[in-house]
Design a protein around this ligand. Structure first.
Ligand code: KG4
Ligand code: ZN
Length: 338
């Protein structure tokens, strides 16, 4: 069998990542996280692009060494074209183009959001691959989408957020509670000890398969302000219950739309992707939906949920097989058509 070695580069936000795949198997997947942003309570684009510049060469170098190959073995280079922060995308994109030119091997420009979905096709022991067609729920710090996936190359957004992304709903709620950025994982952690029905928040009314999360954030802000006025220790005394209730509301919002999407499309295979799919409550609820609603759900390996280059590599590989290459004058795009 032919062995195709793909080098993949992801630099859309604040993580610099490089991976090597042999066909659909991951040989290495290196992620350099940028701790600098924690001090600012969010990603600072200018600092992110500078850190990518410092990290990109060592990260690629480690990925190649860890895979046990040399750069002359590479057959293909895949990189994140967008969406993302322009300054960050430019670093990975320019690097990928230069190396593809130097090694004289083909280049594949990859859509980051599609990659979050197609990460399910990485060959990984203990993880099933979905069959087409299936529905994907992509939930990250920047996006919230329900996508109908007909094939590797035919993906159709059937619902998305009209304002904040799910990750932002988690992070902004965490900020209101005085938790450090990014607060999503901390809400998850405290929620595990709390009662999800302790406090009630109303779900937004949004037509069809679209989402809205900005109203929930405002509701939580007023709820906290009112209670802290009456009892200055309110947050400390109720942290677990507050987190569990917020998380429960967010999960219900997602599940309501998923149920509607299943009803409308007749497809009951659901795959999740994006950083928020690391959330333990979401994972548990989706697993339970298998027996509760007869769905088949796919939850990726933790490593492939948050931003990583392996997911870019799998898209690169499938494009390589179809000879779908980008020309060397392809440009990075902060916003990109799906
Ligand atoms: O996909 P990702 O790594 O980066 C983007 O492309 O946005 O997603 C990051 C988001 C952040 O908002 C973070 O708070 C959230 O994913 N997140 C979580 C959890 N782990 C990461 N949210 C809730 N529960 C978690 N366990
Ligand atoms: Zn992402």
């Amino acid at each position: 069998e032919n062995k195709i070695y793909t080098l993949a580069i992801e630099s859309s936000c604040d993580d610099t990542s490089a991976a090597i795949l042999c066909n659909d198997k991951v040989l290495s997947n290196i992620v350099a996280r940028q701790a600098i942003h924690e001090e600012y309570g969010g990603v600072v684009p200018e600092l992110a692009s500078r850190a990518h510049q410092q990290n990109i060469v060592p990260v690629v170098d480690v990925a190649i060494k860890k895979a046990g190959i040399s750069k002359e073995d590479l057959n293909c280079i895949a990189f994140t074209q967008g969406p993302g922060l322009m300054g960050s995308l430019l670093v990975g994109g320019s690097f990928a183009k230069s190396l593809s030119m130097a090694l004289d091997i083909p280049l594949v420009a990859v859509n980051h959001m599609k990659a979050h979905i197609l990460a399910h096709f990485i060959d990984e022991e203990g993880f099933d691959k979905p069959t087409f067609p299936f529905l994907a729920l992509t939930i990250s710090g920047g996006h919230t989408q329900i996508v109908k996936v007909n094939s590797f190359f035919d993906l159709e957004i059937i619902g998305e957020t009209t304002d904040d992304a799910v990750g932002e709903a988690f992070d902004k709620s965490a900020k209101i509670l005085g938790l450090p950025y990014p607060g999503g994982p901390l809400i998850d952690k405290y929620a595990q000890e709390g009662n999800p029905k302790a406090f009630q928040f109303t779900k937004p009314k949004v037509d069809g398969l679209n989402f809205s999360f900005s109203g929930l954030k405002t509701q939580i802000l007023y709820f906290i302000q009112k209670n802290v006025k009456e009892n200055s220790n309110f947050i400390e005394e109720n942290k677990a219950d507050i987190c569990a209730s917020i998380q429960h509301t967010i999960i219900q919002i997602l599940m309501d739309k998923l149920k509607l999407a299943v009803k409308e499309t007749g497809i009951n295979q659901i795959a999740i992707g994006g950083g928020v799919s690391a959330n333990s409550g979401i994972r548990k609820t989706l697993k339970e939906a298998e027996s509760k609603y007869g769905w088949k759900t796919y939850i990726p390996k933790f490593e492939y949920t948050t931003d990583n280059a392996a997911m870019i590599g799998i898209v690169g590989y499938y494009n390589f097989l179809e000879n779908n290459f980008s020309t060397n004058n392809v440009v990075s795009k902060a916003r990109i058509k799906f």
